[in-house]
Unconditional design. Structure first.
Length: 226
């Protein structure tokens, strides 16, 4: 009996220690993001006050529950931009009815561009994507084999996909990989990376700014803002 009590006490102490460490890490991240926002002249919101999570991106429809947190907003090289943390979880149950959650964490950026783009998603090609996904868009295949092997593009408007991903854009993307996904919908571009330290957030902003520079002029002339 005494041994059981010892195990219970140790278990409670370990759980408490883990919870406290998670709390300290979260507070440190909040302070780091707030400091970044002040340094670059962005506004800061602890929670998703503007309901970014309701924007029409496939990433924001995944999982049983999802949330946007630690949002900083402003202009980066003249582009309206938001940078933030995003998470969602999948919930599963075993044969005994025990439920478990698998969490997925990202750091994301959204920029606004002067165009009304059809919905498009750029992700990575792998075995699971070949089995299909739930985005509801059609695959687009390009004549650039290296690009096709690395990436998967889904869009119902092939003309737009071919206009956006010209040879220059595809070559740049091959050298600027490391992201989880890129989505375009209307005037918005969403970049998702696996969760990164706040010290790297401006790198996401620079990535989006460079992506914007690579967009061919034909996109803006063929898909002007509404």
């Amino acid at each position: 009996m005494a041994l059981v009590v010892v195990f219970i006490v140790v278990g409670i102490a370990v759980a408490g220690g883990l919870a406290y460490r998670q709390y300290r890490n979260k507070q440190a991240r909040i302070q780091a993001v707030m400091a970044l926002a002040r340094r670059v002249g962005f506004t800061f919101s602890l929670n998703d006050a503007d309901r970014v999570v309701d924007m029409p991106f496939g990433l924001f429809s995944k999982g049983e529950k999802r949330a946007v947190e630690l949002v900083i907003s402003g202009e980066h090289d003249g582009l309206p931009m938001r940078l933030f943390d995003y998470w969602y979880y999948d919930e599963t149950s075993d044969s005994h009815g025990n439920r478990s959650r698998t969490y997925h964490y990202f750091t994301c950026g959204i920029v606004t561009i002067p165009a009304a783009c059809p919905r498009l998603r750029l992700g990575h090609e792998n075995f699971m994507t070949r089995l299909g996904d739930h985005v509801g868009l059609h695959d687009v295949v390009f004549e650039y084999d290296d690009f096709n092997r690395r990436f998967r593009v889904k869009c119902d408007d092939q003309k737009f996909a071919f206009s956006l991903f010209d040879g220059k854009m595809m070559q740049w993307l091959l050298g600027a990989d490391g992201f989880e996904s890129v989505e375009v919908d209307g005037p918005w571009v969403l970049l998702a990376f696996p969760k990164v330290d706040p010290s790297q957030w401006l790198g996401l902003g620079s990535w989006l700014e460079q992506f914007h520079r690579q967009i061919p002029p034909v996109v803006y002339s063929s898909y002007p803002p509404r």
